[in-house]
Write a protein that binds this ligand. Structure first.
Ligand code: ATP
Length: 146
């Protein structure tokens, strides 16, 4: 409706498995590469790259919803915010045990590289492991904030 323009944002957070969050909201804060980016209705059109971090959503009831996000992009246009992420999870749906396991696994593998003790038959890519560690740490941090 024309008279509704500028009063709220339509937010869609999508990862390769499909929609993670969809709804009309008051404000969105995303972890852009250059720092946190707050988006309110009537924001100028924008495309920005996202880093591993937290998305905070202010609902129309003035409560906050938190999501963990891995890398991706945000697009803002005409009060519509689309987040296309490598992976995104609602804080309430993060599996803490899985994140802890991923963190421990990456830590172990990076220790092998540092100590020169990578077992035969294992291949460790330090960059991949440090990204896995970053995602896991982020998920654990986001759970803690709920
Ligand atoms: P893992 O090694 O546990 O798979 P990962 O960081 O490699 O962790 P991703 O590749 O980032 O996982 O994500 C793969 C899919 O699994 C995505 O859909 C993501 O949302 C989901 N996912 C990953 N970790 C968790 C978690 N701890 N809780 C809930 N969903 C998760």
């Amino acid at each position: 409706m024309a008279d509704e323009a500028g009063k709220f944002l339509r937010l869609e957070v999508v990862d390769p498995d499909g929609p993670v969050f969809e709804g009309d909201v008051g404000m969105v804060i995303v972890p852009a590469m250059r720092g946190e980016l707050g988006i309110l209705p009537r924001h100028a059109p924008l495309v920005a790259q996202l880093t591993v971090g937290e998305i905070r959503v202010k609902t129309l009831e003035n409560t906050w919803v938190t999501l963990a996000v891995s890398e991706g992009f945000v697009k803002v246009q005409h009060d519509k915010v689309i987040v296309l992420a490598d992976a995104a999870e609602l804080a309430t749906e993060i599996d803490a045990a899985r994140a802890q396991e991923a963190f421990d696994r990456a830590t172990q593998r990076l220790e092998w590289v540092k100590a020169g003790t990578v077992p035969d038959g294992e291949e460790v890519d330090p960059f991949r492991e440090s990204m896995a560690m970053k995602r896991a740490k982020n998920r654990l941090r986001v759970i803690d904030r709920v």
